[in-house]
Design a protein around this ligand. Structure first.
Ligand code: SF4
Ligand code: SF4
Length: 137
């Protein structure tokens, strides 16, 4: 049994609520983040799309740092992580991968039913383990 986070990239709107709820709830310093939100666009900054108007496109991707504890204190109290709890689009699903009723397992079954591609970040990203991403194949 492993606790995992599944990120449905099709639902992520790049709002940074996950990052801010983590920062506030965990009392992090101004320059400290345990999750940040990457813009996959032009590559020059947040919310900068790729392409040439009117053919513009971008999407977003929460990146979990190794400092993320999966909100260990909240988990011990039976609460879910702050980021998953606050995401307005339900892009984040957390839980035990051995429990078919967990939000993680339910979300995984949903995206697999849609034939989404599920993947983890490669080692060079130096991100937290046990975070998976789902996107349309
Ligand atoms: S994962 Fe949710 S809270 Fe985080 S940026 Fe995406 S939509 Fe916003
Ligand atoms: S699981 Fe908890 S510690 Fe990790 S990024 Fe989300 S809110 Fe922060």
């Amino acid at each position: 049994m492993t606790k995992k986070m599944l990120v449905d990239l099709g639902r992520c709107i790049g709002c940074w609520t996950c990052a801010m709820s983590c920062k506030m709830g965990n009392h992090l310093a101004d320059d400290e983040y345990r999750v940040t939100v990457r813009t996959n666009g032009s590559g020059v900054g947040i919310d900068r799309p790729a392409g040439v108007y009117p053919d513009l496109h971008m999407n977003w991707m929460p990146i979990y740092k190794k400092s993320c504890t999966f909100c260990a204190t909240r988990l011990a109290e039976g609460e879910e992580p702050l980021c998953a709890n606050s995401c307005p689009t339900f892009a984040l699903a957390f839980g035990d991968d051995a429990d078919p009723e967990s939000p993680y397992s339910q979300a995984l079954a949903r995206v697999k039913g849609k034939h989404y591609h599920v993947f983890e970040l490669p080692p060079y990203e130096d991100s937290r383990a046990n975070v998976e991403y789902a996107t349309k194949a």
